[in-house]
Design a protein around this ligand. Sequence first.
Ligand SMILES: NC(=O)c1ccc[n+]([C@@H]2O[C@H](COP(=O)([O-])OP(=O)(O)OC[C@H]3O[C@@H](n4cnc5c(N)ncnc54)[C@H](OP(=O)(O)O)[C@@H]3O)[C@@H](O)[C@H]2O)c1
Length: 254
Amino acid sequence: MEIYITGAHGQVGRELARQARAGGHRVHALGRQDLDLRALTEDPFTSTNRAVILNAAAYTDVDGAEDPAHAEEVWQVNAEAPGALAQLAQRRGWSFIHLSTDYVHGGRTGPEVHRIPEGPIEPADRPINAYGRSKLAGEEAVMQAGGVVVRTSWVHSGPHQPGRDFVVTMLQLAQRGVDPKVVADQWGLPTYAADLAGGLLQLAERLAADGPQGDIVHAAGSGEPVSWYHFARAVFAAGGQDPDRVSPIPTAEY
Ligand SMILES: NC(=O)c1ccc[n+]([C@@H]2O[C@H](COP(=O)([O-])OP(=O)(O)OC[C@H]3O[C@@H](n4cnc5c(N)ncnc54)[C@H](OP(=O)(O)O)[C@@H]3O)[C@@H](O)[C@H]2O)c1
């Protein structure tokens, strides 16, 4: 299979590229320097073969997306570029897989998150922050162009992305003697990037064989949902540290 990966240096993109190469696929791993999604002026997909595009690029700084100074970039990368890429795929008859997020569901952040149905977002469940709104607009544009949307949550990947990985951040705090206060009223399903990448590649192989088909699916780690506080406690325990060093706080105090 020939496969284009955008955001190839991010948590998921990096793992996708690694596994796809290991699986013997022909991989075009596009980082920001190869393809800047703020200004999609040229068609980056030059192959004459049939290929699958996996869009793992996004503006992912949820708090940074609230800053009006970043609004244009957030919208270009998360809302506009996915639709434009999906259209390029559609014109070629290629499959397009787009990564999205649990943040498109605004109204539900409690332990019931894992029961949210796949598919379009109900009006009462629209996103409540700029990141979620931009990702939902991206989903809608991708669906219009016949792409497949894969929503995931709470991705962690190991020490490759300093500052982006919750598990590594907690381990570092534990080792530095810091006792963190961690949000206890937002729940989710932690997802290991390598597991997610494996599932995405299986999906890509199926689509490469069967052809493009628009759909929205959820792909996240299995098990019961946890709060960030529970997640942090588990990391401390796994790192041989006392989990009681982690204190719960509400989001409002974060
Ligand atoms: N992380 C999570 O917890 C999480 C949860 C749910 C869904 N998701 C979704 O999963 C996907 C992958 O996330 P991730 O965790 O791998 O995020 P990540 O580590 O932040 O990677 C995102 C990648 O997008 C690239 N990017 C940002 N702006 C760009 C631009 N203007 N042009 C081209 N590339 C650009 C970044 O490039 P640089 O490396 O140069 O910055 C980075 O490599 C995203 O769609 C995200 O919304 C993530």
